[in-house]
Ligand binder design. Structure first.
Ligand code: RB5
Length: 150
């Protein structure tokens, strides 16, 4: 299995799942390079601040991935996708977690603690980490995606 480097982050709505996934990814042989956000759900944080911090960290660490968790994952994904160089995928099923890597070369996985069961979330993170970008015709599309709007 390939080993990945992850930068993690959550707001107060995703602390428990973030820490649970850190343990799972570490046990699978991946490395948690950094963790951003509150230590407990009692400590409020604004998801855009966390998303920006994590995305900056992974852009400074080429080849690494981001994992962002908030209540729904929506705010994290919306923020992350405003940052040049980021392709953030909000997923809730294993097939989409795989395709986000294989076809879209997603470099950030966004999850919602308040919408996903713990076992599904673990499966999503594992699938994302285990899947490589296929390149080929998908590279052309990702290149277009990265130029879109400019
Ligand atoms: C925080 O209450 C909540 O709005 C946040 O975690 C997230 O769901 C936003 O997208």
């Amino acid at each position: 299995m390939r080993a990945c480097r992850f930068h993690l982050g959550s707001d107060h709505g995703g602390v428990e799942l973030r820490d649970e996934l850190a343990a799972v990814l570490t046990a699978d042989g991946h490395t948690i390079m950094s963790t951003a956000g509150p230590r407990s759900a009692d400590e409020s944080a604004d998801y855009p601040d966390i998303a920006v911090t994590v995305c900056r960290r992974l852009l400074e660490d080429p080849g690494s991935f981001g994992l962002l968790v908030c209540g729904t994952g929506q705010g994290m994904a919306m923020t992350a996708n405003r940052i040049p160089g980021i392709r953030a995928a909000l997923v809730g099923d294993v097939f989409s977690a795989r395709m986000a890597r294989a076809h879209n070369d997603a470099n950030v996985l966004c999850l919602g603690q308040r919408v996903l069961g713990s076992e599904l979330a673990k499966a999503l993170a594992r699938e994302f980490a285990a899947t490589s970008f296929e390149g080929g015709r998908h590279q052309r599309r990702v290149d277009k995606l990265m130029r879109a709007g400019s």
